[in-house]
Design a protein around this ligand. Structure first.
Ligand SMILES: *Cc1c(COP(=O)(O)O)cnc(C)c1O
Length: 472
């Protein structure tokens, strides 16, 4: 599974021209490099054409250099491997995440469960009833399939799925508040990363932001004082990636929802993370769940599919049926819609929440459930496989994080190992690890490369060990 290249290859039928000149200048022939295991490992990823091109490029460069002494086989080999590493970095490939950050946004957030992958395969390989009502034989809704599953799992009246959570927030603002006012507490004016700043999003949505309260203290009376005929929404944002501590006072969601109901103005909560289970089961601090937001009476709740839900990239809106109907009628929805494979994967992921054993099939929760003892014994197996003259490997205590802008302060005790390579600086080793046939991303701490095993799937341990022995 490690070696799957995700992008398509270019035409495999164009072979590079033969290179008799190389041999003439005393340079090794192309086939000698092709049979090198360290080069061969790249063939599955990049394809034969790209590998031969890299070899020929390096040989051509060596030939054109005006030196009396031709470069050695070993030197050329290293140059070719460096070039192959660069070629790989330019395409979408799977990597080993040894950072210990479970929902690493730069590394694609949540890995998918087997059933979610199977659903994508099933829906992708042929036709489906995506927008077809099989009972009536007429056009149906692409959202119907998964809406029901999400409503059941969250206790909400209705659900809608879009491209991502940012899109969900945009659609809500555009539908209910364009040209009008949205009240937000000053302790929730968040930037969630990737340039998504709540005040900017509001501006772009043609919504007037009305800030109430102060950074540390907000009261219900602050909201009440800001109400007027232009008020369209009361918005709460989950403080998913920061915390305000000390002398603080906040308005709880249930009270805000009650106020909204009393004055007939919808309340919205942007949850971001989207947990469906209580994370304190995994030794983490309690994280507000979607079910709690629904139970508090919030009218519309937005969250991501690929954060604490552990599914594909998606934005989910759950809430009151009549409000969801208005969102469905917004023509903008067409531009934010999700494809069939996302719907398949999301539906399959949500279904896993039906049973405790289903939840353990979601990679995120499997990784969170791994015990420190299990991780330590795996770390020892890495040490035994790798430790030697050139490689110094020690078992290490580490701290893992959920990442993806969720639970920023929660440290998860974890285990892994520290790797030092004889004569090499840690940053150079880390760079080399990133250029392996399956790139490995590690943390560099105190001059050592730290591998956190909580984010490494145990089924690939042997493969990773072999690759490290062979290439590092
Ligand atoms: C992550 C996050 C978003 C954006 O979610 P995407 O699915 O990445 O678009 C929005 N709001 C909050 C509070 C978040 O944490």
């Amino acid at each position: 599974m490690c070696r799957n290249k995700l992008s398509t290859r270019c035409s495999p039928n164009i072979s590079p021209p033969p290179d008799p000149a190389g041999a003439m200048r005393g340079l090794p022939a192309v086939h000698r490099f092709l049979s090198e295991p360290r080069i061969d490992a790249f063939q599955a990823l990049l394809g034969n054409v790209a590998v031969k091109r890299a070899i020929n490029d390096v040989l051509r460069a060596a030939r054109s250099k005006p030196t009396s002494q031709p470069a050695s086989f070993q030197t050329l080999l290293e140059h070719i491997i460096a070039r192959l590493g660069e070629a790989q970095a330019a395409s979408l490939v799977s990597v080993v995440n040894a950072t210990g950050v479970l929902l690493h946004t730069n590394l694609g957030r949540a890995p998918l469960a087997e059933t979610a992958l199977a659903a994508m395969h099933q829906v992708g390989k042929g036709y489906s009833n995506l927008e077809y009502d099989l009972v009536e034989g007429v056009r149906g809704s692409r959202y119907a399939h998964v809406s029901r599953l999400i409503s059941d799992a969250t206790g909400a009246e209705d659900a809608l799925v879009l491209n991502n959570c940012a899109a969900a927030v945009l659609l809500v603002l555009d539908t209910f508040a364009r040209g009008r006012e949205v009240i937000v507490s000053r302790n929730q004016l968040v930037e969630i990363g990737g340039g998504f700043r709540l005040p900017d999003v509001m501006l772009r949505s043609g919504v007037r932001l009305v800030e109430v309260g102060t950074t540390n203290k907000v009261y219900l009376s602050d909201y009440q004082a800001a109400l007027n005929a232009q008020t369209a929404l009361l918005l709460r944002t989950h403080q998913s990636n920061y915390e305000i501590q000390g002398f603080v006072s906040d308005v709880c969601a249930a009270r805000l929802a009650a106020l909204g109901k009393r004055i007939a103005i919808p309340t919205v909560e942007d949850l971001g993370g989207g947990a469906l289970v209580d994370l304190s089961r995994y030794g983490l601090p309690h994280e507000r769940t979607v079910l709690e937001a629904v139970a508090d009476g919030i009218d519309l709740i937005t969250f991501s599919g690929d954060k604490l839900l552990g599914g594909p990239q998606a934005g989910i809106i759950v809430g009151k049926k009549s409000y969801l109907a208005r969102l469905r009628n917004n023509p903008m929805l067409r531009a934010l819609r999700v494809d069939k494979m996302t719907l398949g994967a999301l539906g399959a992921t949500v279904q896993l929440y039906d049973t405790p054993s289903g939840i353990t099939q979601i990679p995120l929760y499997r990784m969170l459930a791994a015990t420190v003892d299990e991780l330590e014994s795996r770390a020892r197996s890495y040490r035994d496989a790798l430790h030697g003259e050139r490689l110094r490997v020690t078992v290490a205590s580490t701290l893992a994080y959920t990442g993806g802008g969720t639970l920023p302060l929660a440290e998860i005790p974890s285990r892994g190992f520290a790797l030092e390579v004889e004569g090499a600086a840690a940053v150079d080793t880390a760079r080399k690890l990133r250029s392996l046939p399956t790139p490995v991303v590690v943390r560099v701490q105190e001059g050592r490369c730290i591998f956190d095993l909580r984010t490494v799937e145990p089924t690939i341990d042997k493969q990773v060990q072999q690759m490290l022995v062979q290439h590092v």
